[in-house]
Write a protein that binds this ligand. Structure first.
Ligand code: GDP
Length: 365
């Protein structure tokens, strides 16, 4: 499963947010492939389309798709030099697909701030610097290796050196690796380096309880937005403390509490949606009488590999997929009507699954 890692300085609200995530907890029986680990929280991805499909199919149950948040506590200044448990945390970040960076935007005299005052931009830069230094180390090692190999006269290594030098230059200028423009070939070269600053980032601006309904008016949040805009990163204003209270409620109670707070949906749901988008993921659906269910794939996945998300047998024995788009199906109102209109397509092995496709796989066992 794909994972987003939660990072941030101490005392910014990471644990509070992570507790809200585990409290809101996905029904784990539905997600047997997810990790069982106290530092991993499984979340269901809210998707309005599931209910619309259920209205058409009347299934026994609805199962949203899920992904994982990993709590990466303990990232502090000096981590890249191996201070504290620094290296271990950096290794944990290497394994995630995206980063949710929690920044403190709430003022509370009773809660110590590691650097003495609330200053989200300086906090972001402190963490980013550790990630940049760690990447610089990886890149420099790789450049040395490629240069040695280059002496054999192989052009491939010259291309590597050129590519890695571009990244090194950016890192030296305090810019993340993801800010460097790369060709498709270069992207492949860089991929095995597993650079930390290559991963997409989302900032979760933790505001106080009082500002939960209009977090965007908080001046710290505005600063974070300006900063993020330069990097092309997203920001979600959230109150971790309020989220941990919301997460304890369900159904009617939850709806009422949200209404009292003046919220359309929980901050956690907004965060989950934003993280899902950040991961560059698509959702396809299966819709049968047993269940209507959402499944996650990466953009560009072909039908057999999309089928493998459900079961590896589906990939191995893949014959064809029957596909109708969510839009067509909901507009016509039934599977039969979609079939009559010719909206139900038969697709083969090379079909690239689109977001919102409603799929039925035919396979040999
Ligand atoms: P971590 O070190 O980043 O994991 O931070 P914690 O989640 O442990 O939070 C540190 C302290 O800040 C705890 O005492 C939390 O109760 C408090 N805290 C977290 N979020 C908020 C918030 O939105 N408002 C206020 N006033 N306190 C918060």
């Amino acid at each position: 499963a794909l994972k987003a890692g939660i990072v941030g300085l101490p005392n910014v609200g990471k644990s509070t947010l992570f507790n809200a995530i585990t409290q809101a907890g996905a029904e784990s029986a539905n997600y047997p492939f997810c990790t069982i680990d106290p530092n991993v929280g499984v979340v269901e991805v809210p998707d309005e389309r599931l209910q619309k499909l259920a209205d058409i199919v009347n299934p026994n149950r609805i199962v949203p798709t899920a992904f994982e948040f990993v709590d990466i506590a303990g990232l502090v200044k000096g981590a890249s030099k191996g201070e504290g448990l620094g290296n271990k945390f950096l290794a944990n970040i290497r394994e995630v697909d995206a980063i949710v960076h929690v920044v403190r935007c709430f003022v509370d005299e009773n809660i110590t701030h590691v650097s003495g005052k609330v200053d989200p931009i300086s906090d972001i830069e402190t963490i980013n610097l550790e990630l940049i230094l760690a990447d610089l180390d990886s890149v420099e090692k790789r450049i040395d290796r490629s240069r040695k190999n280059m002496k054999g006269g192989n052009k491939q290594y010259a291309a590597e050196v050129e590519c890695f030098e571009k990244i090194k230059e950016a890192l030296y200028n305090d810019q993340p690796a993801r800010s460097v423009e790369l060709t498709d070939e270069e992207r492949v070269l860089v991929r095995d380096l597993h650079l930390l600053t290559m991963k997409p980032v989302l900032y979760a601006a933790n505001v106080s309880e009082a500002e939960v309904a209009d977090g965007d008016n908080n001046p710290y949040v505005q600063k974070v937005r300006e900063f993020a805009a330069q990097e092309g990163a997203e920001v979600v204003a959230i109150s971790a403390k309020v989220e941990s209270e919301i997460a304890e409620l369900e159904g009617e109670d939850k709806a009422m509490f949200l209404e009292e707070l003046g919220l359309q949906e929980s901050g956690l749901d907004r965060l989950i949606k934003a993280a899902y988008k950040l991961l560059g993921l698509y959702t396809y659906f299966t819709a049968g009488v047993q269940e209507v269910r959402a499944w996650t794939i990466r953009k560009g996945t072909k039908a057999p590999q999309a089928a493998a998300v459900i079961h590896t047998d589906f990939e191995r024995g893949f014959i064809r997929a029957e596909v109708v788009s969510y839009e067509d199906l909901t507009a016509t109102g039934s599977m039969n009507a979609a079939k009559e209109k010719g909206q139900l397509r038969l697709e083969g092995k090379e079909y690239i699954v689109q977001d919102g496709d409603v799929m039925h796989f035919r396979f040999n066992v």
